[in-house]
Write a protein that binds this ligand. Structure first.
Ligand SMILES: O=C(O)CCC(=O)C(=O)O
Length: 327
């Protein structure tokens, strides 16, 4: 397996919107280095460490528990199973540091890239993505478990049992509906394994026949399988239907902000993906116009309130959405 993608190393200054989109479209992921400065990183990392400690101590019920890959997760890990591998709902108003996380979710550093990725310059396309197009979705954090743990190969919103025809139909329906990212707050973040280009095709015979935790999914396409390597402040934006998995080193600290933002033109396709995480139970309690965003300026408050409103409307319109995947 190749150890590092030989791809254009973007930084926010060097990344044109069209180059970012092209790479995401071609490969299913694009890495942007140093999207946060050390001064921006420091308070976020401190908040992430406090929040993880809170969750590990059993004082935050919205967690991802080791041994279970997909929602819904229990509110307490089974003793002796390796604890947690994620903290859910960083924007929940009951979370002590939610305003720090809200500042990073609704601020310009990440949303500048998200808007580039959700814009379209093709004829008849959506045009340039504006604040009013954005829909608040998920903001979670992926953390080091306390014991070895791996996720099996999956696409986030296409069952592994899908036929090739079903797979292609689901991939097409979900295309360009949202942006998803992992933003590393620690150096040496190397847990996400992806199969480059697999977001645009049905699985090969070998991929279908492979074991769920097989180290190399398809020997023939082995060069397309890559471990994404990030240092603190780097982010990978990826299509969540790319064939991927997580492989976790329990000795290596990991604090990776794991977010998604929708485009209102694609929100119906996103309803199940987003609402299955339970965000609908508390989103209307968020007050980004008031205290929920720290000392941010009016532009960011307005953006945040608008994004929240569009999620509330999506929840009202969608009813019971069920879950994308089992296990
Ligand atoms: O840990 C990661 O980066 C991958 C997480 C993942 O695959 C998932 O949440 O479905």
């Amino acid at each position: 397996m190749a150890s590092s993608p030989s791809l254009t190393p973007f930084t926010p200054a060097s990344a044109s919107a069209s180059a970012l989109r092209e790479q995401l479209h071609r490969d299913g992921f694009v890495i942007v280095r140093k999207i946060l400065s050390p001064a921006e990183l420091e308070p976020l990392r401190a908040a992430a460490a406090r929040t993880t400690a809170l969750a590990r101590a059993g004082n935050w019920p919205h967690i991802r528990t080791v041994g279970k890959q997909f929602p819904p997760w229990p509110s307490k890990p089974d003793p002796g199973t390796g604890g947690i591998w994620g903290v859910q709902h960083l924007l929940h108003p009951d979370l002590p540091d939610s305003n720090v996380f809200a500042h990073s979710y609704f601020g310009d550093a990440v949303l500048h890239i998200v808007k580039a990725l959700l814009s379209s310059s093709s004829e008849g396309g959506r045009g340039e993505c504006q604040d009013d197009d954005l829909v608040m979705e998920l903001y979670n954090m992926l953390v080091r478990p306390d014991a070895p743990f791996e996720l099996r190969w999956h696409r986030d919103d296409v069952p592994w049992t899908a036929t090739p025809e079903e797979e292609l139909a689901r991939l097409e329906a979900a295309e360009h509906a949202h942006a998803q990212w992992n933003l590393a707050l620690c150096d040496g973040d190397a847990s996400l394994v992806v199969v480059r280009g697999s977001h645009r095709r049905a699985r090969t015979e070998a991929e279908r026949a492979a074991g769920p935790y097989q180290t190399t999914l398809d020997e023939q396409n082995g060069d397309d399988q890559l471990t994404v390597r990030l240092d603190a402040g780097d982010a990978v934006f990826y299509d969540n239907n790319i064939v991927h998995r997580g492989v976790y080193d329990y000795k290596q600290e990991r604090l990776s902000l794991h977010g998604t933002v929708g485009h209102r033109a694609g929100s119906a396709a996103r309803a199940r993906n987003v609402l299955q995480h339970g965000v609908g139970a508390w989103v209307d309690q968020c007050d980004f116009a008031g205290g929920g965003l720290g000392d941010d300026d009016d532009r960011i408050r307005q953006r945040a309130e608008g994004m929240k409103e569009r999620l509330v409307q999506l929840g009202r319109a969608s009813g019971d959405v069920g879950f994308s995947l089992d296990g």
